[in-house]
Design a protein. Structure first.
Length: 367
């Protein structure tokens, strides 16, 4: 019988995915979660203008393969040229394209130990070799990342600011200064998925044409369009043009493009959501304090809560919350895995979290 033949690289990869979705967990439990607080989605939703624009999109037509109108609006929003912008299927999709462009088997790539796993997934998928550096406290360490990149002759170095999963952040000038140590021939992948949730001044003041970095942004977080899968990258025109060699030219459907354009144009709704996120972060911190735990400062739409012990204890707390109908996640690597990560939610979501946490903690203490 004829057998299909995977590439040697694909055949050697593990059959895993970066995340197990809450839907998979719900199917296993046989019921829905009472509070979905683990995927850093924006439960406050997109602007009604985006919902209306998506409903009116003529879905019988293919989406514009150039995402022309959205790119033009983004360029005007950032004060740059459309040639500096590529739109794709979320940051995840753009990371996959970027790694495909830059990494082949054996190429060195640098990231932080415990940083966003989907980036690692793409690097492994193209045969890259990951080199990881530890966090400095609960922050990614730009100086250590760039030093490791120089040591291993890395093609890419990944840095999220604000960070996921800890919610920590560096002020923009810190990133700009550290960039001076980026080795020649290395590209900084600056993931700014949570930048709209962060304090003013978190984004570094760097020109879009700077060939040393590519910046990743998304409509999934503050704009509430995670299900639409709309992200974009800002970079030097030659690098942006190169995406056309590998991207799915019809990957951006018409409804997603229309929704993102409407969301970008509604700054009042964005401000409304940002205020709700700030309120939710404060509430999560208070719930943590009420239970003798410490909430870490956050510049994202989630809060990392220090459970006061090790990863095993935090996992027991997480399992207790999941068993009580509250979906949360936790960091993967020590010592950050002493924490659970709780997404910002509605007052009702956070009421459910507040009700479940004491008993989850009690069960975890019993071992």
């Amino acid at each position: 019988m004829t057998q299909y033949r995977l590439t040697p690289l694909a055949d050697a990869l593990p059959s895993t995915v970066p995340f197990v979705g809450p839907e998979t967990q719900e199917r296993a439990m046989g019921r829905a979660f009472d509070a979905r607080l683990g995927a850093n989605e924006n439960v406050f939703g997109p602007t009604p203008r985006a919902i209306e624009a998506m409903a009116q999109a003529q879905q019988w037509m293919y989406g514009d393969p150039e995402s022309h109108d959205l790119r033009a609006a983004l360029a005007a929003h950032h004060g740059i040229s459309p040639a500096n912008i590529i739109v794709g299927e979320g940051i995840d999709g753009l990371l996959g394209y970027l790694v495909r462009l830059m990494v082949t088997e054996g190429d060195a790539v640098v990231t932080s130990d415990g940083a966003y796993p989907t980036f690692n997934y793409h690097v492994a998928g193209f045969g890259g070799v990951l080199h990881k550096v530890p966090y400095a406290g609960d922050h990614e360490d730009p100086a250590a990342l760039f030093a490791k990149a120089a040591e291993v002759d890395a093609k890419l170095v990944y840095l999220a600011n604000p960070d996921n999963p800890m919610g920590s952040w560096h002020e923009g000038p810190v990133i700009s200064s550290a960039l001076e140590a980026l080795p020649k021939g290395c590209l900084l992948v600056l993931d700014e998925a949570y930048i709209d949730c962060a304090p003013e001044g978190t984004a570094p003041d760097l020109v879009a044409d700077d060939p040393r970095l590519i910046r990743m942004r998304t409509f999934s977080k503050a704009h509430g369009l995670a299900g639409a899968r709309v992200g974009y990258a800002i970079g030097a025109p030659d690098l942006i043009t190169a995406f056309g060699k590998v991207r799915n030219h019809f990957g951006m459907n018409r409804a997603a493009q229309a929704g993102a354009l409407a969301a970008l144009q509604d700054s009042d709704w964005l401000a409304h959501v940002q205020a709700r996120i700030a309120e939710a972060r404060d509430r999560i911190a208070q719930i943590a304090a009420d239970n003798g735990l410490i909430a870490l400062p956050s510049a994202a739409n989630f809060v990392a809560i220090d459970c006061g012990a090790d990863g095993r204890f935090a996992k027991a707390v997480l399992d207790g919350l999941v068993a009580r109908g509250v979906f949360v996640r936790m960091p993967f690597a020590a010592p950050q895995n002493r924490c659970i990560r709780v997404s910002c939610g509605t007052p009702e979501n956070l009421d459910a979290f507040a009700a479940a946490l004491p008993s989850a903690l009690e069960d975890a203490k019993k071992g």
